[in-house]
Design a protein around this ligand. Structure first.
Ligand SMILES: [Zn+2]
Length: 150
């Protein structure tokens, strides 16, 4: 599921499997995906696609991640949006319950857009106008029961 837009209350995502556009309320999303014994604080689970039930999650860039090789490309803008969404959810206190318990009051890595980055890459608002450049090869094929990362 690629993230295409963040509004004040919603995100717009395009399903990588069936190409349908879905809106999800920000208040329905949270940071943290539980794995067997742990919770990953760098992931945001998206609601299942209403059309094909595919479930996917977004991955925040890690600390020390190298600069994107193609500034302004869909991949670059997508990364910025994902990081910003992650930071926004943290700010709203939208955390997976298990993650809340795990981190307590510790500060999690958040990469909200700076004013400069916002003005430079998203002057018309937090949405991606660049076409993804046709269907790219996905590293993970998604299916309804195996979440894959975009
Ligand atoms: Zn779908």
């Amino acid at each position: 599921m690629a993230l295409h837009e963040i509004t004040q209350h919603h995100v717009l995502q395009r399903c990588t499997r069936c190409d349908s556009d879905n809106r999800a309320a920000l208040d329905s999303l949270e940071v943290g995906v539980a794995r067997s014994e742990d919770v990953d604080d760098g992931l945001v689970q998206l609601p299942p696609c209403p059309s094909c039930r595919s479930t996917e999650f977004l991955i925040r860039a890690d600390e020390g991640e190298t600069a994107h090789p193609a500034p302004g490309s869909f991949g670059h803008l997508h990364r910025l949006l994902v990081d910003h969404l992650h930071a926004e959810l943290l700010q709203r206190g939208r955390l997976h319950a298990a993650l809340k318990a795990k981190v307590g009051t510790k500060k999690l890595l958040a990469r909200a857009l700076t004013q400069e980055a916002r003005a430079r890459w998203f002057p018309q608002g937090l949405r991606i106008e660049v076409p993804p450049g046709g269907r790219r090869v996905q590293p993970h094929e998604s299916s309804p029961d195996t979440p894959s990362a975009y």
